[in-house]
Design a protein around this ligand. Structure first.
Ligand code: NAD
Ligand code: MG
Length: 389
């Protein structure tokens, strides 16, 4: 049977890689819906190539262009903030790839789960801010929540055939980012250009900065906690600069399984799309005659404060991870816009966590409000009052 695929965020790095995978199996997958925030030119190109049933653009200023250029093509056009949620609710799609970046992915993911969709999730921020709500909803609705993040796909693959209670530890690998060996004193002068150069992966701008601060690994610890239902003290981070071992699971008897591969997101994306099957694909393979070594070292939580802050936020629980995420999204955007230095990112996150008053249990509406307020206050703390986020 054909799987009809919807991609939230098809113009991004994960979205484009997903289309590459989908196009390899025209008798297995078809493209049903594609969405983008503002990259209207690429969305038009993708629409004409992949012929989805409809496309949605979140930024309404681009609606006219999209309609004009797709006129007569038989492709429906939707626009505006609610367009993604409308697509999420439609019944003529079998699998949703959540490839939006940041908090923006939360509402469409919830709508897709409410509509009973199986989801391949790259958008880790959704699990960071509302992990409990999301995992509960997926369970209630019987929806599969399949990880696309390479580390979580690795863990998921290691766990196939293993009883959940046999996990003794999850070992998340981290590349260490571009500043792994840079002395702390030099962090003062890091520019966006330097931080945007990841040694192993080519990704969107936000996650690339998160990889440079190691916040990405902090978000992934929280993501792993929710996806695999393991306690925080059973999740260990180890730096592995080659990004070949994508993560590992240690079992009750001391045996360890790892998943390895070239750093190519199409592999975990394809696994989420084909699970429990594996289809043949000719992505670059590891050459064992040239791969001479695999290194491992502990992360430096003094130099990379963001990782420690993520552990702190998830230990505090409730809405603290939402605050962590919102302050981080705001700080990263401010850094990319050259409004704050690199070293200010962890400072702003720490201030936001310290200032937060915790409620007991938090509803979705409250989380949305906390997200908005934290962004606003983070910009104010940086002395910026007119920053659009
Ligand atoms: P990206 O910036 O390249 O793409 C983001 C996509 O989301 C784009 O299509 C954009 O149009 C859309 N989008 C952004 N903001 C939006 C909004 N407010 N409303 C509607 N659409 C919006 O990001 P990416 O690197 O593809 O990352 C996507 C997600 O996957 C992130 O959560 C990231 O952490 C995760 N992830 C990415 C990679 C990678 O290799 N890129 C690896 C692992 C996990
Ligand atoms: Mg990852």
């Amino acid at each position: 049977m054909m799987k009809r695929i919807t991609i939230f965020g098809s113009t991004g790095s994960i979205g484009r890689n997903t289309l590459d995978v989908v196009a390899r199996f025209p008798d297995k997958f078809s493209v049903q819906y594609l969405t983008a925030n503002s990259n209207v030119e690429l969305l038009i190109e993708q629409a004409l190539q992949y012929r989805p049933k409809a496309v949605a653009i979140s930024t309404v200023e681009h609606e006219k262009t999209l309609r004009e250029r797709l006129a007569g093509e038989g492709i429906e056009v939707l626009a505006g903030e609610d367009a993604l949620c409308e697509i999420a609710r439609r019944s003529d799609s079998d699998f949703v790839v959540g490839a939006l970046v940041g908090f923006a992915g939360l509402k469409p993911t919830i709508e897709a789960l409410k509509a009973g969709k199986n989801i391949g999730l790259a958008n880790k921020e959704t699990l960071v801010v509302a992990g409990e709500i999301i995992t509960k909803l997926a369970k209630e609705k019987g929806c599969a929540l399949l990880p696309i993040d390479s580390e979580h796909s690795a863990i998921f693959q290691c766990l196939v055939g293993e009883p959940a209670e046999s996990i003794s530890k999850i070992i998340l690998t981290a590349s260490g980012g571009p500043f792994r060996t840079l002395p702390k004193e030099a962090f003062q002068h890091i520019t966006p250009e330097q931080a945007l150069k990841h040694p192993n992966w080519k990704m969107g701008r936000k996650i690339t900065i998160d990889s440079a601060t190691l916040m990405n690994k902090g978000l992934e610890v929280i993501e792993a906690k929710w996806l695999f239902g393991v306690a925080l003290d059973k999740i260990e981070v180890v730096v592995h600069p080659q990004s070949i071992v994508h993560s590992m699971v240690e079992f009750a008897d001391g045996s360890i399984k790892a998943q390895l591969g070239t750093p190519d997101m199409r592999i975990p994306i394809q696994y989420a799309l084909t699970y429990p099957d594996r289809f043949h694909a000719d992505y670059p393979r590891i050459n064992w005659t040239t791969l001479s070594r695999l290194d491992f070292e502990p992360p430096d939580k003094e130099k990379f404060r963001c990782l420690a802050l993520a552990y702190q936020a998830i230990e505090q629980g409730s809405s603290y991870p939402t605050v962590l995420n919102a302050a981080n999204e705001a700080a990263v955007a401010l850094f990319l816009d050259r409004k704050i230095p690199f070293v200010k990112i962890p400072e702003l996150i720490e201030e936001a966590l310290n200032a937060h008053q915790n409620g007991q249990s938090v509803s979705l509406d409250e989380l949305i409000e906390i997200d908005r307020e934290t962004r606003r206050k983070t910009c104010e703390r940086a002395g910026i009052y007119d920053f659009a986020l």
